[in-house]
Ligand binder design. Structure first.
Ligand code: PEP
Ligand code: MG
Length: 574
């Protein structure tokens, strides 16, 4: 068989080779029938929902222990969909009024419901449509008595699929997955995020029809280069084997030193902290050597539900993280919704360009209560902690003043009510809109710190929608324009004696370390899994040498040239 090479998008680092295992979604065939006794069908439907919820609870628990809070939250949301009163009523009506069998009633009602979500021009609602279909498949499958998966891999394999839903992925035994290859999805797709959090190499968006792959074929994937090789020759296999061994050995060496601080060759201690979404992530971050948290994304508390979380509910969630962190620095970001994360109960209207729209702190004029409650919960939960609060999506000085004033007011209220609260809390903003980077000198006067959000900063500087896989290759943080904004932000803050962190994906990329270190970045915040390798990269560097490297690298014309310069520098070091 001839060897075939494909290039997709690098989604999770590492090299894997082995046999392919092609995952096709289970085929759920059912008849559409008129039933004699609708009460029997209603009972079948209700029993299937009960079992679906049981399955989802088990998946939620598995995801929480094996993967993280964000993945677990998806299954919580699926339980809500399975029991959604509107959907349930529609299914019951179809069974009762049309004497339709339960399978067809569930399928038709869910399709109708999903289509409503799909009609909204918004990533978030499209994702909800996929969730509804995932839940409806589960209920139909239970009605048909079909097992979740016809077969499971029994030996280590490279999993090949068109795309994977959360339900698909969680049921695999992660120890048997050497790598993941999908023909759909971008670097921020579910598969990519999951692979990174599990430390499994992955390539997504591979321009290859999965029908061409049969289970048992040999393949190689390189999650750094984004390449996939089908039916490799002997010499390619040998070199993949050598690369994998080198990668595994490097990983092990890095893991062994994960808990040591990242001290550069010239003696600078660089703070390496984690991005988290909840308390389980916080615990995982500590296992991977995080010295604190540089970004706690609080929006997960607000998504996939029908009402706002109360101040007390928020307090509990924040307090759990404060306790897990045990006095280490904890940077909490206030609510960052809008964009690709809509919260229907806050009355979001459809927008042409949600990333340029009603996002994050911009909502304060309509919903001051939401931010007040969050500040109150945070200040209460932060007693005894090294708490730092930051506001995302800041474009101008007025917004910073407004946020500060609100925080001060909440503090006074708590004081007046004799409620214990954290008295010494640092206040900062995320620099993720180019305007904020350009006036960083003025903003630095009224904040304690900055955290640079390169995911959005790249999107806004280069006009590349971060959720659009077609333009994903253009979203290059090594682009000299993005780097210039990062450098300017760090310089402006340091000139006013303020510290700067960076919590976008760029911080977790070891190749970016010489640039960020050379620019004087104080704190690197990333997904827990990336910590050991970035710490190792920082240890191999000298800040003063990197400062000289930055001076020349930043003058290069393209992102590709700058990245290549970083590659050369890092290669020479190892
Ligand atoms: C960023 O924009 O870089 C960031 C860290 O925030 P998010 O990815 O949550 O928008
Ligand atoms: Mg952002």
């Amino acid at each position: 068989m001839s060897t075939q090479h494909y290039t997709g998008l690098a989604a999770s680092p590492g090299v894997a080779y082995g046999v392919a295992w092609v995952y096709h979604h289970v085929d759920l065939q059912f008849d559409r029938r008129v039933v004699g006794d609708t009460s029997v069908e209603l009972t079948r439907f209700h029993n299937a929902v009960v079992r679906a919820v049981e399955e989802l609870q088990a998946l939620e628990a598995k995801a929480r222990t094996e993967i993280g809070d964000d993945e677990a939250a998806i299954f919580d949301a699926h339980q809500m969909f399975a029991q959604d009163p509107e959907l349930t009523a529609a299914i019951e009506a179809r069974i009762r009024d049309n004497a339709l069998n339960a399978e067809a009633a569930v399928f038709d009602s869910a399709e109708e419901y999903a289509a409503q979500f799909e009609a909204v021009e918004d990533e978030y609602f499209r994702a909800r449509a996929a969730d509804v279909r995932d839940v409806s498949r589960r209920i139909v499958r239970l009605l048909l008595g079909v097992r979740e998966m016809s077969e499971m891999p029994t030996a280590p394999v490279i999993l090949v699929a068109d795309d994977l839903t959360p339900s698909d992925t969680v049921q695999f035994d992660k120890d048997l997955i050497l790598g993941l290859v999908t023909s759909l999805g971008g670097p921020t797709s579910h598969t990519a995020i999951l692979a990174r959090s599990l430390g499994i190499p992955a390539v997504v968006s591979v321009p290859m029809s999965i029908d061409k792959v049969t289970s048992g074929m040999t393949m190689i994937l390189d999650g750094m280069a984004g390449t996939v090789t089908l039916n490799p020759g002997a010499s390619e296999l040998a070199s993949a084997q050598a690369k994998r061994e080198a990668w595994r050995a490097r990983e092990q060496t890095h893991r062994a030193r994960a808990h040591d601080p990242a001290i550069t060759r010239d003696g600078v201690h660089v703070e390496v902290v984690a991005n988290i979404g909840g308390v389980d992530d916080a615990r995982q971050a500590l296992e991977f050597g995080a010295e604190g948290v540089g970004l706690f994304r609080t929006e997960f508390l607000f998504l996939d539900r029908d009402t706002l979380p109360s101040e007390d509910e928020q307090y509990e969630a924040y307090r759990a993280v404060v306790e897990a962190m045990g006095g280490r620095p904890l940077v909490v970001r206030t609510l960052d919704i809008g964009g690709d994360k809509a919260v229907p109960y806050l009355g979001f209207a459809e927008e042409q360009n949600p990333f340029l729209g009603w996002r994050a702190f911009r909502m304060v004029s309509e919903h001051p209560d939401v931010f007040e409650a969050q500040f109150r919960a945070l200040l209460r939960a932060g007693v005894g902690a090294d708490l730092r609060i930051m506001v995302p999506m800041i474009a101008n000085v007025e917004e910073v003043r407004q946020a500060r004033t609100l925080l001060d007011r909440v503090r006074e209220e708590l004081h007046g009510e004799h409620i214990p609260y954290a008295e010494r809390v640092q206040f900062g903003i995320m620099v993720e809109i180019p305007s904020a980077a350009l006036i960083a000198d003025r903003i630095a006067e009224i904040v304690d710190f900055f955290s640079i959000g390169t995911n959005d900063l790249t999107q806004y500087t280069l006009a590349v929608d971060r959720t659009n896989p077609r333009v994903a290759p253009l979203a290059d943080t090594f682009h000299p324009a993005v780097l210039a904004l990062i450098e300017r932000t760090i310089q402006a803050a340091h000139a006013k004696g303020k510290w700067v962190g960076l919590c976008g994906e760029f911080a977790g990329n070891p190749l970016a370390a010489p640039l960020l270190l050379g620019m004087g970045l104080d704190e690197f915040s990333m997904a827990a899994m990336a910590i050991p390798e970035v710490k190792a990269a920082l240890r191999s560097l000298s800040r003063s040498e990197c400062a000289r490297f930055v001076e020349s690298a930043i003058r290069l014309s393209t992102g590709a040239e700058i990245k290549a310069a970083c590659q050369t520098l890092m290669r020479d070091l190892t």
